[in-house]
Design a binder for this molecule. Sequence first.
Ligand SMILES: NC(=O)c1ccc[n+]([C@@H]2O[C@H](COP(=O)([O-])OP(=O)(O)OC[C@H]3O[C@@H](n4cnc5c(N)ncnc54)[C@H](OP(=O)(O)O)[C@@H]3O)[C@@H](O)[C@H]2O)c1
Length: 218
Amino acid sequence: MPPSPSVIGILGAGKVGTVLARLALAAGHRVLISASGSAERIALIIEVLAPGAEAATTSEVIERSDVVILALPLGKVRSLPVDLLVGKLVIDSTNFWEPVDGPLPEFTADPRGTSEVVADLLPGARVVKAFSHLGYHDLDERPLPTGHPDRVALAIAGDDECDIAEAATLIDELGFEPVPTGPLATGKDFQAHTRAFGYPLTPQELRDAIANPIEREG
Ligand SMILES: NC(=O)c1ccc[n+]([C@@H]2O[C@H](COP(=O)([O-])OP(=O)(O)OC[C@H]3O[C@@H](n4cnc5c(N)ncnc54)[C@H](OP(=O)(O)O)[C@@H]3O)[C@@H](O)[C@H]2O)c1
């Protein structure tokens, strides 16, 4: 596997953002994290929930990080500083979840997967989809070392092999088994309301679910 990025930027200091921050810190990375406002506004949250991570503004996080993880509400992607993301590896962990997100017609009216729409909103960014289909509590509680037979699988979809490999290294370091699924378009097969979504699965179970991603109710 290629060397993983060393400075991890996380946009979103909520449930998923702070869990990923803790995992990345435990793996030895430097972590920068932002919410929608100033660094001061999240300083205490970060001190408590992800001690060692550095609070910053969203622009500062993007400028100073090797990889940027989107851990913010899907509808907020449009508000990001697009120019700063050009050329950056962007890992999209967002989902469309109507009870939380409300109606987002630009995503729901588009037949493609949500990460393809995200990639359109961030032209020039190297978007891969990962860390999206497992609940934050499972991300928090289930990391296991490389090679452990009970490792939980995390899917990665992306259009560039090198970007997928970089994201796979990061997933491995954070304690999960990377399962590349193919181009970014395949992200649709593990987004919300698919069989792969919301449950801890082994790599084979995840591959099986993605191969037959019939939508579930709810
Ligand atoms: N919850 C899960 O189990 C889970 C699992 C996998 C993926 N996801 C996905 O991850 C995303 C975040 O979910 P969550 O549950 O962590 O949400 P959350 O707890 O509501 O946290 C959202 C965070 O995003 C921040 N934010 C809003 N606008 C921002 C911006 N422009 N720049 C940087 N940060 C911004 C919010 O900050 P403010 O408070 O300042 O608005 C908040 O810290 C969603 O798309 C969700 O579908 C969630």
